[in-house]
Ligand binder design. Sequence first.
Ligand code: MCA
Ligand code: AMP
Length: 512
Amino acid sequence: MKNHNLYAALRAAFPQDLNATAVETDDGLHYSWSDLERASAMLANLLDSLGVPKGSRVAVQVEKSVEAMMLYLATLRAGYVFLPLNTAYQSAEIEYFIENAEPAVVVCSGKNFGWVSKIAFKAGTQHVFTLNDDRSGSLLERAVHCADQHTVVHNQADDLAAILYTSGTTGRSKGAMLSHGNMLSNAQTLKDYWGWQPRDVLIHALPIFHVHGLFVAIHGALLNGSKMIWLSKFDPQFVIAKMPEATVFMGVPTLYVRMLAEPTLTRAQAAHMRLFIAGSAPLLIETFKEWQDRTGHTILERYGMSETVMLTSNPYAADARYPGQTERRGGTVGFPLPGVSLRVQSDEGYALPVGEIGGIQVKGPNVFGGYWRMPEKTKEEFTADGYFKTGDVGKVDERGYVTIVGRSKDLIISGGYNVYPAEIEGYINDMPGVAESALIGVPHPDFGEVGVAVVIAKPGAAVSGDAVIAALKSQLANFKIPKKCFVVAELPRNTMGKVQKNLLREQYKGLF
Ligand code: MCA
Ligand code: AMP
């Protein structure tokens, strides 16, 4: 019977020469393909030695490192479920994820061991390890003693491989359950659609706790047996300097904006590159055009979600198999990927004709199985005929290009990270002296969009915007902190009494 384990497929794509470099880091280390295979085997054996049942969650909040990627591969190959967590999350956020997911194993940075282990043990986790970005920590100390051979576990396509937490409009985060089949089918589709080539080298500059850096980038390179130039943290000058040695780059729009600010970005410097891919947030047409002018390359924009991995993409090149899918069009997210069915529906549930704006719904082998332990929420997000409601609002033109024009979900995307207003408003409303608040997204030259809080104080209370921001900083991940907070006398409301965020967005749109 076929093994659908994702690692088995990635492993099968490793090049013949296992001593060749698989990953070259920004501090000059070289990891071979054999290193990836052996170290992930050792880590898989360590996980197996803990005696926790298959399907147990392995929650990981560590700085980006090649070893962290090896831990991901180990979790896959041993049949456990990987749960990546943004390093910016603070204790209340981590507490929620750990209590909700009940991981058997938690891996954190040494500097956070005190508070993370306390939360984990309280939630019933038996094993807490540390892993630092300098290869120190108890995880590797233990793994060193494990055998470097490991038989990849046999999995069905719908066996759970990862849980990714995404927030909801109501504030509570939901764990999107992705299977081995969801991720492998998507990776195989992208390998073909983006024309991955034997000599490709990927510059990996994104964090590895979300879909873009962890799945799209890593699966893409590994499934093609391609070397990665690995940055621990995005650095525009370093990426530009490495372009002559690389062919593929993936980034959120902010990364492109920051590279455009560097005088070293020139046509000659980018000449060796084959493909620049952008996603996770809308790429401004100005950025798309400026990149074309400066480098001669047309950015390929694509669209995806944690629940679905990648959904649509602009074409790599004209291909007889996909008639009409010829050029990359700025301001659009391209076509539904092969195998993905995408439709636009009205609020009343009717299919809308070409060019009309409505809710984007999708179906395909890449679409997740549901939210972790939330059957009701899952049911709400799917239509009766099995389409997932993305919460994005868009249209499809006569040629089939999809354009996203907005979101029905109240979501701010800041530098590629999602910020859910309801969550931040909840924290602000709990502060002494605050009567009510509204968090809105406003345009920002670097992050695309950032959060701004508008607050009403209780009668007689003195509330300062700076104090609100300072208080939030001690509780929430840094990217969720509003860049400004205004205390005002009243919020604009409609006849139903609902806050009119569109008017606030209009009022504050020129702030940055
Ligand atoms: C950092 N800061 C931010 C953000 N990042 N503020 C708003 N939005 C952000 N995204 C703030 C910090 O709070 C801090 O503020 C100051 O900037 C410096 O922090 P630092 O960490 O040094 O910032 P940085 O290194 O410059 O980070 C910017 C970044 C990073 C490189 C753009 O945000 C990033 O890597 N973004 C990529 C996110 C990503 O991979 N998204 C993919 C999700 P202060 O000094 O006041 O404390 S996957 C997805 O969306 C779907 C599925 C898809 O389609 O891909
Ligand atoms: P996440 O919850 O991190 O998976 O973010 C998914 C959301 O990111 C989608 O529902 C979209 O709103 C947004 N997104 C991803 N790619 C794009 C894109 N190319 N253009 C506009 N929005 C995007």
